[in-house]
Design a binder for this molecule. Structure first.
Ligand code: ZN
Length: 153
């Protein structure tokens, strides 16, 4: 679990993406532990752990996960808000260390916080990140945070 941010793309083999059943964009394969952590209890009790699951990051698509059995899990089925699909400023981009859009904005526009990227990197270095269970996309947030900062500045 601790190597989610250091070992790059370990599950990205040739068949690691599938098209979302709803919006048709490419979904990224996620580990079953991510769904176990993210799904609400009543939904979790319907999970087929033998199926391969994919994360859809499309902004306008309500599907968060889908699997090879053509089953989908919607934003309302998971415990946290998915920042890719949620415009509110209190939704986190870095789920492990609590960097919400609001907090990142405060850094970029007013310098009110420490540098989010440095802060996240320091924690990754200390092996504290747990993206597989904290982040609905199941992988490191650094790319998302970097892009968000770029778009703000
Ligand atoms: Zn989709």
């Amino acid at each position: 679990m601790s190597d989610c941010c250091t070992k790059k793309e370990q599950i990205s083999e040739s068949n690691s993406s599938e098209l979302c059943l709803s919006c048709n964009s490419k979904g990224k394969k996620v580990k079953i532990i991510t769904l176990k952590s993210m799904l609400k209890p009543t939904i979790l009790s319907t999970l087929n752990t033998n199926s391969s699951h994919y994360f859809c990051s499309s902004k306008d698509c309500d599907v968060v996960y889908f699997n090879t059995d053509k089953k989908t899990y919607l934003t309302s089925d998971i415990k946290v808000s998915v920042h890719q699909k949620d415009n509110s400023f209190d939704s986190p981009i870095c789920y492990c260390f609590g960097w919400t859009k609001e907090k990142i904005k405060q850094y970029v526009e007013k310098g009110l916080t420490s540098n989010p990227l440095n802060h996240i990197r320091e924690n990754i270095k200390e092996n504290r990140c747990g993206c597989e269970v904290n982040n609905p996309q199941g992988s490191c947030c650094l790319g998302n945070v970097t892009n968000y900062i770029k778009n703000l500045s």
